[in-house]
Design a protein around this ligand. Structure first.
Ligand code: DAH
Length: 373
């Protein structure tokens, strides 16, 4: 505008005239009032209140006025700027209040909305059943042991007194693992039962031995409601001094009650397994009719086919030949073993009729059985 050496006449400094200042104030007021939100207000502030606004620029002109004119012009500019600043502060307060009210509304949480509709997976009932078995036995001080699913034939059969010509060997519908050259005799099979873990445990631990071994087993069965080529068993093994069949019976009764409730005991039916002598098959008292359907035509029971009892695996005293094959002296130690199917146990516990549902992995199945998430 004016150079330092110009002869100033305040009336000629247009920016400082009352009319110009009033116009500046009016423009500023209009712009501030028009700002619809805080962003627009910030822009209006820069244009009309900040250091580059017309009023701020007018303020700078004062320095160049003759001393007599300064005070008068200064008061006017100040009054104008104060007015604009107050208008700005008032509009800012309004817009902030509006924003706060809107945020409160927008970000409020409707506590009545449903919160539990997200479908979370559920742990598979087989998993929880295996964990329950583990809990029942570890609570008594037993350990959990594992073995490989691809097993040496020696462990799966020979160590368990199932010799090459033993009929059981052909009866067990075995998946043989081919050797790398394609020939059948790799010496490996997919284990047909969890009993080989017994042999592994005896060879690696010293008695007293109290273990359970849950795991996957494989047989060349066609899948149907009660068969699957892959299923699970749990094996129990005790080796100690003075172990008798009474210990076996007590252990099975405890397991049965832990699973199926008070009073559900077992009975032992004589049977044969190469790795136990004597051998038995434990039956479970039917937990639906509690044995009352047996011989009672008025009270049929579908769960046990009115037998009163349900077959529940195999068991017996560990055959001395097995003890010897696994480096344990049968003159000093004796032991018992048992094995049962986990799916079968689970199907009884949860009243599931079809084994295929257990392996198909549909989450609706696990949820339907009320398994905890
Ligand atoms: N291994 C047997 C099977 O798969 C079940 C079995 C029977 C396990 C008797 C045992 C036992 O430990 O003592 O059919």
């Amino acid at each position: 505008m004016s150079g330092a050496n110009d002869p100033y006449d305040p009336k000629q400094v247009a920016a400082l005239s009352p009319a110009a200042l009033a116009a500046g104030v009016a423009q500023a007021r209009e712009a501030l009032a028009k700002a619809a939100d805080l962003d627009q207000l910030r822009a209006a502030q820069a244009a009309h209140v900040g250091d580059r606004s017309p009023l701020a620029l007018a303020n700078r002109e004062i320095a160049a006025l003759p001393p007599a004119a300064k005070s008068d012009a200064g008061k006017r500019v100040n009054a104008a700027r104060t007015e604009v600043r107050q208008a700005y502060a008032a509009r800012l307060a309004e817009l902030e209040a509006e924003r706060d009210a809107r945020v409160l509304l927008e970000e409020s949480v409707d506590v009545t909305l449903p919160w539990d509709r997200r479908i979370t997976g559920a742990r598979h009932p087989l998993t929880t059943t295996q964990e329950l078995i583990g809990d029942v036995f570890t609570a008594m001080g037993w350990e959990v042991a594992e073995g490989p699913e691809v097993e040496a034939e020696w462990f799966n059969f020979d160590a368990l007194n199932i010799g090459v010509d033993h009929p059981t060997r052909t009866l067990m519908d075995t998946f043989f693992v081919a050797a790398p050259d394609g020939s059948a005799d790799s010496g490996l099979v997919l284990r047909t039962h969890t009993s080989p873990v017994q042999a592994r445990v005896m060879l690696t631990r010293k008695p007293p031995i109290y273990v359970i071994c849950p795991g996957k087993v494989f047989r060349t069965d066609e899948p149907d409601a009660t068969h699957s080529p892959v299923f699970h068993q749990v094996e129990g093994l005790v080796i100690d001094k003075g172990i008798t069949m009474a210990h076996l019976k007590g252990t099975l009764d405890h397991m049965a009650q832990a699973f199926f409730g008070p009073g559900i005991v077992t009975r032992l039916r004589p049977s044969y397994f190469p790795f136990t002598e004597p051998s038995a098959e434990p039956d479970l008292l039917c937990f639906v009719c509690r044995g009352e359907s047996a011989g009672n035509p008025n009270r049929p029971c579908r769960t046990c086919d009115s037998e009163g009892w349900i077959e529940w695996g195999g068991c017996g005293m560990v055959n001395p030949r097995v003890l010897r094959a696994c480096g344990i002296d049968p003159e000093v130690y004796s032991g018992f073993a048992f094995g049962m199917g986990i799916e079968r146990t689970m199907m009884f516990r949860n009243n599931a009729a079809d084994l295929r549902n257990i392996v198909e992995g549909d989450v609706r199945f696990t949820q339907a059985f009320g398994m905890e998430a």
